[in-house]
Structures are given as C-alpha cells and as structure tokens.
Design a protein around this ligand. Sequence first.
Ligand code: SME
Length: 160
Amino acid sequence: MFIPGNDSMKEILKGQNNFISNASNFAAYIFQTMKDINWIGFYILDGDEMLVGPFQGKPACVRLTLGKGVCGTAAQKKEILIVPDVENFPGHIACDADSKSEIVLPIIKDGILYGVLDIDSPLPARFSHEDANELSESLQILIESSDLEALSIYYQTSSE
Ligand code: SME
C-alpha cells in the first residue's frame, strides 16, 4: 500500500537538502510502493524548457518544452493535470508506448515554478483526485526538505 506524506518519506529524506539526492530516493520509494505505474520522474525547469531529472522506469525524453505535452502544460498552467487517456490529450508526448494514463504535479515554492513530477501508468484512468492529494503531500515534503534555489542555478547552466 502506498502511504504518501507519511513518516517513511520524511525518514528517507531526513538530513539531506540536495534536491537531486532527495528526488532520486523520492522516485525510488514511490516506484516501489505505488501500484500499477511504469514511470515516475522529474522534469526540471531550464529556461523555457524542462530537462529530465531523477526517475525510475525506461529511458525517457530528455527535454520538454513549456506549454507542450502533459508536463509542459501542467508547468505552464502551474496546475495538477490528471490525464485518464493519454491518447486523447492533444500534444501528448509518448516516451513509453506502454503508458496509458498520466498525472503531473508542478513543483512550486513561494510561487516560483521549478519543474514537475510526472507519473505514468500502463492502465487507463489509473490516477484519482485522492492520488493527486496524497502525491501533493509527498511532494510538499520533498519541496520543504530540498534547496530548490541551488537546483535552479545548477539546471539553468545546462546545455544540449
Ligand atoms: N508524456 C509526457 C512526457 C514525459 S514522459 O511521459 C516520461 C508529456 O506528454 O509531457
């Protein structure tokens, strides 16, 4: 059973404020405990694009453009997006043909966007509003545990 926002996540992230380290363990923990998902990972803001960060699952698209696809739309709108059928989402970017539904949560601290958390499922309509609430709680633990300013400085210097 996946119990987000619980003591396990706090325990896993305790004593470390490096986002990449914390996001790696965050992704690994949820990948191990949440049922019926085939990909979980982070896309981190880099100008008007996002660059792939720590993830679990098959190798993924490296760069996404703000405003495009599910991740880019969630980032631009700064809203959680639940997509029950990815084939019906205009501009959906297919990194893994197995993915049928998707949830994307923006990473926002003090009103500033740093990227998104993306989770894919091989099942249609896998993600509920309850999942969104629970994942938001977990993501909040990650955001509060990590130095996001250091992250954005590091990622803004990336290149092709
Ligand atoms: N499907 C996403 C792209 C990222 S992958 O699923 C890992 C999108 O449409 O933005």
